[in-house]
Design a protein around this ligand. Structure first.
Ligand code: C2E
Ligand code: MG
Ligand code: MG
Length: 672
């Protein structure tokens, strides 16, 4: 095992060394970005180089021509042309071609790259060739070595070559140059060729130019890599700032920006519709198949949406929510088709696609607001099974306004005493006496009148403000109890409705105990109702809270039993004292034959589980009679009384419409 590990390490080390050698020779593969960077740097350097060369050559041509004219050397022209003019013109031509290409490149005109590379190579060779010939021609006079050196510096140091290319270009040009001068009689020392001093000087020159070439390459290379990394990081950042991480489609930052731009293109803006999609019951899918599969479903779904709206703007809003800004017609048909696609993805969980649509009245409409309205329309058809598309209309607009009013005025309503407790009696089926009361919240608003909890509970839960309501109701119930006791009136236990969120948002059990203590309300006079649906999430918190409530002697009622899907599990997993059978069961009373045996069995079950049974929504004598027959202990409903303020309740009692159970009469000492 260890031997293998050592082998692997050796191999890696060799690879590393190999890579280092490759890099230093410039044999490694360059990324596209680095290649572009080098090319751009070379094009910039080529401008300086070609301008200097052009100016120099023009000057040389003029100077030579003046000499020719002044000294009447016309007859020498063929010789002069061969020796000088041809070189000058060749260099001038190549320099001009290089200049034109490089300037165009720097101005952003992207001509063929191979053309640029060819010109660069040709120009470089001509420069070197020129340097060699001019220098070699006049070398004998002790002049012109500088032309060779200048050209070498121009080509090999100003331009960037890979070290290996630089080495080849430089070495071959030096060798050729020295070969040429070695053959010159003036410098040829006979048998031994160039002097040792010239050879050493030549070698030193070669070495220094080579060093320049390598240093230039490395400097540009490290700059190119730095720039490349920066560029990569920037493009990654801008991509993630515009892209939804999970699905890869647009995110809301991009959606809002783009929607605004599109809307401002007025011609399109008038036809625009915002759609909000929600996959109902997606949570159950996650629970059944796990988060990984849930994510896969969302990815699939995102791409289905993008395909369904190819010319529209599609983005993920959050979770299983998506938004689309579209100009398509016949959205109803599209929503239907998409609904069917969602059903194909659902597996064993029933998924329902819901879509809200909003057509903005004007193109200035803020995309966030538009999405909000489409979302509101979408929420409106939740749990409406045959409905997959809902338009935002006037009715919804009023509802949304009320929602905003509730959110913005709830704290005020508590402070101003607009939140009231109404009491609905709970009847003992054996005696028809009032054995308890349920506290139900009402919002007596100066503008909107009496608001039932159905209007504001969901909103308060959505905005995580519900605990404030339940604390306020607990306070009032305890205060009413204290006052009734102080006034010598009969008091009965009151049940409080606690939201599942109370257990998350505050220490509701602690608050209940503290309030009861402050008003001196015995624990037998306060019960807590928890709805069945509350038991689906945060079971840890709920278990904890229920243990605390039971530990402190409070009774816990299971509200709305049978309204959800997990009723039996709830009975198995939690301890309840009272089971409140949902009013849905009685709604079909007399029409649906199955209701009677079902209720009979539920009541039977409560007996076996040592629970008290209570049925809500009792509206007729027949229903009440039936409950008595099957042994349901308690009943609650409009048949006895609607929820009413405490004053009205006292009136009903004093008129004899309602009678409090003897167990709680003033003569019973346990009440205090
Ligand atoms: P719930 O706890 O199941 O309350 C029973 C609801 O049924 C009450 O509606 C009551 O007025 C209504 N009801 C009673 N008898 C009948 C009947 O015979 N027929 C019909 N059709 N309806 C009947 P309400 O007062 O509108 O309350 C609705 C729900 O709001 C309550 O359902 C409860 O879940 C919630 N709620 C009410 N007050 C509070 C509160 O203070 N805190 C919390 N968290 N929730 C509350
Ligand atoms: Mg209740
Ligand atoms: Mg209920």
């Amino acid at each position: 095992m260890q031997g293998n590990g050592g082998d692997v390490m050796d191999k890696n080390r060799f690879k590393e060394i190999g890579r280092a050698v490759q890099n230093s020779l410039g044999l490694n593969k360059h990324s596209r970005y680095v290649r572009e960077h080098f090319f751009a740097a070379n094009m910039k350097a080529s401008i300086y180089m070609s301008v200097v060369v052009i100016v120099l050559e023009v000057w040389m041509i003029i100077r030579l021509t003046i000499t020719v004219v002044k000294n009447d050397l016309i007859d020498d022209l063929p010789h002069l042309f061969e020796k000088y003019y041809s070189n000058y013109f060749m260099l001038l031509g190549a320099g001009t071609a290089m200049l034109i290409y490089a300037v165009r490149y720097n101005l952003g005109k992207r001509d063929k790259k191979w053309l640029g590379l060819t010109i660069k190579w040709v120009f470089s060779f001509i420069c070197i060739y020129f340097g060699i010939t001019i220098s070699a021609q006049d070398y004998a006079k002790g002049e012109q070595i500088l032309t060779f050196l200048t050209m070498e510096l121009f080509v090999v140091c100003l331009l960037i070559w890979r070290p290996v290319t630089g080495f080849l270009v430089l070495t071959s040009s030096y060798l050729y140059f020295f070969y040429k001068i070695d053959n010159m009689p003036a410098f040829n020392t006979g048998t031994s060729g160039l002097t040792i001093a010239t050879q050493i000087n030549g070698f030193t020159m070669w070495l220094s130019t080579m060093m320049f070439c390598i240093a230039n390459y490395n400097k540009t290379m490290s700059q190119a890599i730095k720039d490349e990394n920066l560029e990569k990081m920037n493009s990654h950042l801008s991509r993630i700032s515009m892209e939804d991480e999970l699905t890869g489609i647009n995110n809301m930052v991009f959606f809002r920006q783009e929607a605004q731009k599109q809307m401002e293109a007025a011609a399109l803006g008038e036809k625009a519709v915002y759609l909000f999609f929600d996959i109902e019951n997606f949570k159950s899918y996650n629970q059944k198949y796990g988060f990984h599969m849930g994510n896969e479903l969302l990815k699939n779904w995102a791409h289905i949406l993008v395909e369904a709206f190819p010319d529209s703007l599609v983005a993920r809003f959050s979770d299983d929510h998506f938004v689309v800004l579209t100009y398509d017609d016949d959205l109803e048909a599209k929503a239907e088709a998409l609904s069917r696609k969602v059903t194909q993805l659902q597996g064993e969980v029933s998924l329902q696609l819901k879509c809200g649509a909003y057509r903005p009245a004007d193109v200035q409409c803020d995309p966030s607001l538009a999405c909000d309205r489409a979302r509101f329309a979408c929420a409106e058809i939740k749990k409406h099974y045959n409905n997959s598309l809902r338009w935002y209309d006037k009715k919804l607009e009023d509802k949304l306004k009320l929602k905003h009013y509730i959110v913005n005025n709830f704290d005020n309503a508590i402070d101003n005493g607009y939140i009231k407790v109404y009491y609905q009696p709970v009847i003992d089926t054996a005696t028809r006496e009032v054995t308890g009361l349920e506290a139900l919240a009402r919002w007596q608003d100066p503008i909107h009148g009496l608001l039932p909890p159905g209007v504001f509970i969901d909103i308060l839960e959505e905005y995580r403000q519900i605990h404030k309501l339940d604390i306020c109701i607990t306070e009032q119930v305890c205060r009413d109890h204290r006052q009734a006791v102080d006034d010598g009136k009969t008091v009965v236990p009151v049940s409080l409705n606690f939201s599942r969120l109370d257990f998350e948002l505050c220490d509701i059990v602690g608050i209940l105990k503290e309030t009861a203590k402050r008003y001196d309300v015995p624990k037998e006079f306060l019960d807590v109702e928890i709805t069945e649906s509350a038991l689906n999430d945060r079971q840890d918190l709920l278990n904890d809270a229920m243990a605390k409530l039971h530990g402190s002697g409070y009774k816990i009622w299971l509200d709305d039993f049978g309204s959800g899907y997990s009723s039996m599990n709830v009975l198995k997993d939690y301890e309840f004292d009272v089971l409140k059978i949902d009013m849905k069961f009685l709604a079909g009373f007399g029409e649906n034959n199955k209701i009677l045996p079902i209720m009979k069995n539920i009541v039977e079950l409560t007996k076996q589980l040592n629970m008290v049974s209570l049925t809500e929504g009792v509206e007729t004598e027949e229903q009440f009679e039936f409950l008595r027959e099957i042994g349901c202990c308690r009943a609650q409903g409009y048949l006895f009384s609607r929820p009413v303020p405490k004053e009205q309740l006292s009136e009903l009692v004093s008129k004899g419409v309602l009678t409090f159970s003897k167990a709680y009469g003033p003569e019973n000492k346990s009440t205090k």
